[in-house]
Design a protein around this ligand. Sequence first.
Ligand code: NAP
Length: 260
Amino acid sequence: MLDFGIAGRKAIVCASSKGLGLGCAEALAKVGVNLVMCARTEDVLETAADMVRRKYDVSVDTVACDITTDEGRSAVIAAAGHVDILVNNAGGPPPGDFRDWSRDDWIKAIDANMLTAIDLTKRVIDPMINQKFGRIVNITSGSVKSPIPQLGMSNAARAGLTGFVAGTSRQVAKYNVTINNLLPGQFNTDRIESLIENRAKAESKPKAQIRELMENAVPAGRLGEIHEFGAACAWMCSMQASFLVGQNILLDGGNFNSTM
Ligand code: NAP
């Protein structure tokens, strides 16, 4: 059986009570990684953590917090103590028309999808360098490669994080600390459900029709599942992925049409 070589390591998986974050938490637990999971809604977070504890022989600590706040990030770092793996994630900004977005809306989006990941990276990176092992995976979006016009704040904030990772990952790679981004295409989560609802309203079409249109647009003929996303994340955190530096791994069922 393939051994990822990270059993017994400690990971913070941000925004992980549902969706892609939960997929990553579960996949890491499956290969023996102890977890700190966080989300804002305590009961949902506890239910998710219990499920992971029951299924896998790992420790799971939880912190109910808003990871986009300084207090939230401090609480998560304190709960972890020692961090080997950091999976950065937070909710995505709302869709809309850029004419309607205020400076405050932009600051919120940049905080959630760029500065939160950068701040957490800053807090864990030196201990990772000292111990000569670290894995940081940022959940960004396929929109970094191929913009989604109505998600302008997401396109922009995540592109900013991508630029930061491109340079910083190359400064720390020689210490066996890797930083990479994992780009979801369309996955079956609550987030995609609300985007489907939004588009259905905008186009005056039934939700089922929008979902079918989206599925048909993907060469794989379907949306992704969170366990598929988690599996890629766990591999990016593995010993085997130690030469993967500053990359943007797109997981989208072939949706982005390109030769390379
Ligand atoms: P989701 O199913 O809605 O799950 C979001 C998770 O993050 C929940 O556990 C939520 O719990 C937590 N969360 C949200 N904001 C948080 C905050 N400020 N602090 C702590 N926890 C927070 O979303 P998802 O589909 O997994 O998406 C995850 C990220 O990937 C988002 O940024 C999204 O825009 C991006 N993305 C998703 C897709 C897709 O197809 N699903 C595609 C491209 C990009 P609480 O609400 O209780 O905090």
